[in-house]
Design a protein around this ligand. Sequence first.
Ligand code: KG4
Ligand code: ZN
Length: 327
Amino acid sequence: MTLVLGIETSCDETGVALVADGARILSSEVASQIAVHAEFGGVVPEIASRQHILCISQLVRKALADVGCGQEEVSAIAVTNGPGLMGSLLVGVCFAKALAYAWRTPFVPVHHIEGHIFSAFLSGDPPVFPFLTLVVSGGHTCLIWCERPHEYRFLGTTRDDAVGECFDKVARLLELPYPGGPSIQRAAESGNPETCDFPRAMTQTETLDFSFSGLKTAVLYRLREGGISREDVAASFQAAAVDTLFLKTRQAVEQTGARRLVLAGGVAANRLLRTRITGELGIPVSMPPFELCVDNGAMIAAAGYSRYKHGFLGDTRTRPHPGLRLA
Ligand code: KG4
Ligand code: ZN
């Protein structure tokens, strides 16, 4: 058994997990900072990094205790080294490097998006390469062709806001609590999605890029007109965002001939999106369970396991990169 310790601190969740053979979670702990940032309506970077420092070593100790194993049983330590908030990344990378040095254990830097892709290997229906991935989160909206492990081709990405960012901004317009995604989903349950015909940007074009800033502005203008309930706006917005993601993904499936889709990232927790993609795309879909859609250490351990097996290791010179690109 190959045991990998995964550490994720790129934004506002401290995630620590122990995963066996890249597929079986033995322990996964996430310390969410939602309550700390909620009063500001979004993540405050300086507060986020301080919160990571407060809980990271405790979480690692707890993960080892949960599994009842010692440091000598850990084969590799994987950590997100970008993209993300610099202060937050620094905490995870420095901690993981120090631990790897002290334990004399291999150290594996992982790209955050690669972590989301590998969260699908923790699902009951893991994908087989090659496959198409739709990553939808607070920072990313991209369609990626995954040819083989660690070989990726970007097919499309957002030209402005990420879809999760759009959920968060629209929630703020609707005065719904942070984070916006779950709040909008909840409000939409008692709204009518056909009340407003919000735009589905770029769905009439060949490109596989996305654009979500126009949708946010359309919501703003509709709210200024007044005479509509928050629930109806939330439901109509959610329908437009999900429709856009679905139509672009269907186009990507047609263009690539993909025979499997991986759906991952925080917005993949959205029930309407999961239902439409699994029900209407016409190809099998691998997606992580709800709790592994948002940032966590297990997905970093899963990706780290594969990197470790393929010999992609880091060393003491490895640095965090807020704008790291997925090679
Ligand atoms: O993957 P993630 O935890 O962090 C990033 O890598 O950005 O994604 C967080 C994003 C937030 O924008 C949040 O509003 C969104 O995922 N999200 C959702 C839902 N749950 C979380 N969006 C729509 N519906 C949800 N149920
Ligand atoms: Zn993420």
